[in-house]
Design a protein around this ligand. Structure first.
Ligand code: GLN
Length: 311
């Protein structure tokens, strides 16, 4: 039992952990074969506040691949590196209402937004056009600044996704025939597959989310990683599209900008308040972590965190 000397927030996270540990619903993603090896029992919750406190419960040090949670960070980097005009000329900011891997483009033959695969591949393409062969290293180092430590790649997951990623390749070619990307498609996909294979922990993702919530300043290192301008745009797209075809439901029920990944992570960033990172690899039909959703719903309700219910 938890003694009352524990901070109330930590006690609350322990209650969440215990309540949702028995949750059995969902399935580990296996369309990327290597992801199927994840331990479905793993469950970690971490919360970082903007004054630099990090609270952790459960498997918060277990590494897993960032997958689609890389998308908001790479979008923010693209905005700062290439300028909003360039990015907006080829990537929309409208929710798609489609699953993350949809091949459908908008009426202009552009990706709907940067949170679905098509938009994220377009972002990787923009950075590749600017940085050439250095694009992935540029992304890896920047994501490390969001996390406050150097991040590595899971080579096995990278190889597994690269070997089976034909749908994303098809999206890449579709983007090129519509001049959204002008680069060599395999080179762009290589950047995208590698960025999705970056290893993080629940703790890392809480700090990364807290950096989003803190106008781009990492609350632990105090480094300004991207501009407040890029952060506001990124949080906007996370709000409308971060949870794919569950995004409307999510913002209605939880009310915190968030992003999920098929590795089992969810990160949520409440501006001027906190960053949350959760890890539990069993996913629902939208590709969102089942336990992660429950943690966010419960936290939001308990602390009255809905972003449209502020005083
Ligand atoms: N790398 C995964 C893919 O492109 C990312 C998807 C996700 O996390 N939703 O399919």
């Amino acid at each position: 039992a938890w003694s009352s000397s524990k901070p109330p927030l930590l006690r609350f996270l322990h209650t969440c952990y215990a309540d949702f540990l028995p949750e059995a619903a969902g399935a580990v993603a296996d369309y990327i074969p290597e992801l199927g090896k994840a331990d479905p029992a793993h469950f970690g919750i971490s919360l970082a506040t903007l004054d630099g406190h990090v609270y952790e419960v459960g498997d918060t040090k277990v590494p897993f691949t960032i997958q689609s949670m890389s998308k908001p960070f790479v979008f923010a980097l693209a905005l700062d590196t290439l300028g909003a005009e360039r990015v907006e000329s080829v990537i929309g900011v409208e929710p798609s209402g489609d699953p993350f891997n949809s091949i459908r483009l908008n009426a202009e033959n552009h990706p709907f937004n940067a949170m679905v695969n098509a938009g994220a591949i377009a972002c990787s393409g923009l950075l590749h056009a600017d940085k050439g062969d250095g694009a992935f290293e540029f992304i890896r180092q920047a994501l490390g600044r969001f996390a406050g430590r150097e991040l590595d790649v899971d080579e096995a997951v990278y190889a597994s996704e690269s070997a089976t990623g034909d749908r994303n390749r098809a999206i890449g070619y579709l983007l090129r025939t519509n001049s959204v990307i002008t680069e060599n498609v395999p080179a762009v996909l290589d950047v995208y597959f590698r960025q999705c294979s970056i290893l993080v922990t629940a703790r890392d993702t809480a700090v990364m989310a807290a950096t989003l919530a803190n106008r781009g300043i990492n609350p632990l290192t105090e480094e300004q990683v991207v501009t407040p301008y890029a952060i506001a745009r990124t949080l906007s797209v996370m709000t409308s599209s971060g949870m794919y075809d569950y995004a409307g439901e999510w913002i209605y029920r939880v009310g915190i900008p968030a992003k999920s990944g098929v590795g089992g992570g969810i990160l949520a960033a409440l501006p001027a308040r906190l960053g949350l990172g959760s890890y539990s690899p069993k996913l629902d039909k939208h590709g969102n972590s089942v336990r992660g959703i429950k943690v966010c719903e419960t936290l939001s309700a308990h602390y009255d965190l809905h972003m449209l219910n502020r005083s």
